[in-house]
Design a protein around this ligand. Structure first.
Ligand SMILES: *Cc1c(COP(=O)(O)O)cnc(C)c1O
Length: 397
């Protein structure tokens, strides 16, 4: 017998759970793209996107996923022969670096491994090893390793050595989950996408940039017409925001999602994610006292509030994921970038997404079904995980 029937739950690190309010807002006839409501929705939408990234700079919207805005950001500031330094804490930083290389950019990587954040002490020496770095790229929470790095500390390290290039941060997994202060932390370019903390289906992405970054764009010898952020960020007509036909239904969905964030308050959204993440970690800590289960990141300060990565002896991680999907209607995330899919070690990693439209009953439900799965599969584990998670949720009230 399976207990999977009922509303299924996708507990992977994106796409996240789409709120019914967002889905309902999208369920409508195609709006006019030449005049009326959709056109009028854009200026406040852009203002609210800037508020979520905590910037007074500019925001360009792209009909693209995270990979699209990676390329969009790079295309405005880096060209063939330019040099960038990438601070890598997992698969996603390497993905951004590879994309830069494909665009002819010379890329150097500082490697922090697959279970550690960026060490700010290594950033100064790395960026002063040459005098021609035009941009430093990092990922706030690398969704593969689930390591979260201290963006403000990296900025301080760059300032301490007088670095004058651009500082660019991928917040795709963390925006609307972990605290992020683009202007206060001195970030020049931020990228994020709709389908994680922003609770909107995949398909729109964002590049926020300041005037320093725009001056670099101004000096580019050649620039892709489609990725150019200026017409989008300083649009006069609706088609300019999107480089063509607007992402009509996504605009309505995103509007609703940003309203939900504003109603709760961004700080409260961050605090909710922190508490729910701590509930997850408390359960994992209890399970880890016996048996094979371990979180991937030891230091709680270096764990993202939006996703938790863990390991077990292969193939137990895959067994647990399968058990939850088949018997509980819960889908956990695969271990991404920790081993190659054809390597048996791949079956030793998994992740739990806890981003976006998420409350205590969803998190406690995932944890309780995981406890059931561990028991059903006979995987040894420490006691008290659900108690520990319940205590964290109880303490928040
Ligand atoms: C999800 C993610 C990406 C890639 O986004 P896609 O929408 O899948 O292209 C890039 N960086 C980070 C940190 C992510 O979490």
């Amino acid at each position: 017998m399976s207990l999977a029937n009922g509303r299924t739950y996708l507990a992977i690190p994106g796409p996240s759970v789409m709120p019914d309010r967002v889905l309902r807002a999208m369920h409508r006839a195609s709006p006019n793209i030449y005049a009326g409501e959709l056109v009028e929705m854009m200026p406040p939408l852009v203002a609210d996107l800037k508020a979520v990234a905590r910037t007074k700079g500019h925001c360009a919207i792209y009909i693209a996923n995270g990979h699209g805005v990676w390329e969009a950001a790079l295309a405005n500031i880096l060209g063939p022969g330019d040099r960038a330094l990438v601070l890598a804490t997992g698969r996603f930083a390497h993905g951004w670096a590879d994309m830069a290389r494909r665009m002819g950019v010379e890329v150097d990587i500082v490697e922090f491994g697959r279970s550690s954040p960026v060490d700010p002490d290594q950033v100064g020496p790395a960026v002063t090893a040459r005098d021609d770095y035009k941009a430093v790229l990092m990922v706030q929470t690398d969704t593969s390793s689930t390591a979260k790095s201290d963006v403000a500390a990296v900025r301080r390290a760059l300032d301490a050595v007088g670095y004058e290039g651009l500082f660019c941060v991928d917040c795709i997994a963390s925006l609307g989950c972990d605290p992020y202060e683009m202007d206060a932390w001195g970030v020049d370019v931020t990228v994020a996408a709709s389908q994680k903390g922003l609770m909107t289906p995949p398909g729109v992405g964002f590049v926020w940039f300041n005037d320093r970054a725009d001056a670099v764009r101004e000096a580019m010898p050649r620039l892709s017409a489609y990725w150019d952020w200026r017409p989008r960020a300083f649009a006069k007509a609706l088609y300019q925001y999107f480089g063509g036909t607007a992402a009509t239904h996504h605009v309505y969905g995103l509007r609703e999602a940003l309203d939900m964030i504003a109603e709760e308050g961004l700080e409260n959204v961050w605090a909710r994610h922190e508490t729910l993440a701590r509930a997850v970690w408390a359960a994992f800590d209890a399970w880890s006292t016996e048996g094979p289960l371990r979180m991937n990141i030891d230091d709680p300060a270096a764990r993202g509030f939006s996703v938790t990565g863990a390991r077990m002896t292969p193939p137990l991680a895959t067994d647990l994921r399968m058990w939850l999907e088949q018997n509980a209607g819960v889908t956990l995330g695969i271990g991404l970038g920790m081993a190659e899919p054809d390597d048996p070690a791949w079956h030793g990693f998994f992740r739990v997404g806890h981003m976006g439209h998420l409350n205590a009953h969803m998190v406690l439900g995932v944890l309780a079904t995981m406890e059931s799965g561990l028991r059903a599969l006979g995987i040894p584990h420490g006691p008290g995980a659900l108690d520990a998670a319940a205590v964290i949720c109880a303490g928040s009230s």
